[in-house]
Design a protein around this ligand. Structure first.
Ligand code: AVJ
Length: 375
């Protein structure tokens, strides 16, 4: 469903003034964005382990839940666990809410500029996407590339269901072969790079402002790691949600129908389902907050009363005070100049940026430059 006519409101950037925001003082409490877990650092979930929904190992889920809820002070749960089957369906619903324009803006921009994006990547090119999503956004890029040359598309995702869906959605694009990579992002990208043939350029897609779930320094570090997997001349198309009026941002994360609340609460339901927890969802409320210093939306789950929760398969029992919260997600917001400077420090040159009139969102076309600063 594309509520707005494609391309109608998409335009190239005129640079806008950049207010140097505070560098995040954060540790990396949410070091990894959704769909990209700490497996990144530890190596992919090894074969034979029990899997919860979404392909993540139960042992790792249990350990993360235990660690996050045992914290003294602010309790937390990693946002990557939102995306089991129910959570992924709820996110799909979020992406069609009128209050949440992010996904549609991303797709509109990619669609409007697909030919130009592809023309900026010399032939022959292969495409790798970090996170396979619904497959709607890469379609436009792949259609354009397929008209130029036979191409291979590698969606990289730790969820087998997401990969299967993406392969199905994109299976009919002429001249495009799809090879799903069931890996954490960086591992998958290194594998794709190792399959590159002489002279091939890689175009990496990292869309949907998934980078916004990282604390800022960690996001920059992640871009540096992407850079390290690439060669000079390879490209990265990075989608980032931009700052907009605070009421608009808050409404996007606290819609009146309650879909986002359900998305957030489903994390507790998932803990009940997969780890035997006894969260009573009626005693929890969804909250979205704007952090002015960090310039991000935070999502929390607020305990409506004093209560104790037991989660046998995570080996924890936690007591919550009334109004105590569990912090479940950060969504950082950017300015175009901030994205360009972050990319530059990570070893990329920002060659083009496009935005959207209806919903401020930036698509940045980045080229890996030499030398790789992280080596
Ligand atoms: C998919 C991570 C970009 O942060 O906006 C949507 C997830 N959370 N509503 C975001 C989300 C609440 C989304 N990302």
């Amino acid at each position: 469903m594309i509520p707005e006519p494609a391309g109608a409101s998409s335009h190239a950037w005129a640079a806008i003034a950049y207010r140097p925001g505070q560098r995040s003082r954060d540790n990396d409490r949410f070091g990894y964005p959704s769909c990209m877990g700490k497996q990144e650092a530890r190596g992919a979930g090894s074969g034979g382990e029990a899997r919860g929904g979404g392909g993540v190992s139960l042992r790792e889920f249990a350990a993360d839940v235990r660690a996050g809820l045992s914290k003294q002070g602010q309790r937390e749960l990693p946002s990557k666990y939102f995306y089991d089957e129910v959570g992924s369906a709820l996110f799909e619903a979020i992406s069609v809410l009128p209050e949440y324009g992010l996904t549609r803006a991303d797709e509109r921009i990619v669609r409007a500029h697909a030919d130009e994006i592809v023309s900026r990547v010399p032939s022959p090119a292969i495409v790798a996407e970090l996170g396979s999503g619904s497959g709607r956004k890469p379609r436009w890029i792949l259609g354009s590339l397929g008209r130029r040359e036979p191409a291979v598309y590698y969606p990289i995702d730790i969820s087998p269901a997401a990969l299967a869906r993406c392969e199905w959605e994109l299976s009919r694009i002429p001249s495009v072969r799809i090879i799903g990579m069931l890996n954490p992002y960086l591992e998958g990208l290194k594998e794709v790079a190792s399959r590159r043939k002489d002279g091939q350029r890689i175009l990496v897609l990292f869309l949907g402002s998934t980078i916004g779930n990282f604390d800022r320094p960690v996001g920059e570090q992640f871009l540096g790691q992407v850079r390290s997997a690439l060669l000079p001349g390879d490209a990265l198309l990075l989608g980032t949600d931009l700052e907009k009026p605070i009421p608009q941002m808050l409404a996007a994360y606290d819609d009146p129908v309650g879909v986002t609340a359900a998305f957030n609460l489903n994390l507790l339901a998932r803990i009940n389902r997969e780890l035997g927890g006894d969260f009573d969802l009626r005693r929890w409320r969804h909250a979205a907050r704007w952090d002015e210093q960090q310039r991000r939306i935070e999502m929390h789950l607020v305990s409506q009363e004093r209560q104790t929760v037991r989660i046998p398969r995570a080996g924890v029992e936690v007591s919550f005070r009334q109004d105590e919260t569990i912090w479940t997600e950060n969504s950082h917001k950017y300015t175009p100049d901030l994205v360009a400077s972050m990319a530059q420090r990570a070893g990329f040159r920002c060659e083009a940026q496009w935005s959207d009139e209806e919903w401020p969102f930036a698509e940045s076309f980045l080229i890996a430059i030499s030398p790789d600063p992280s080596r």
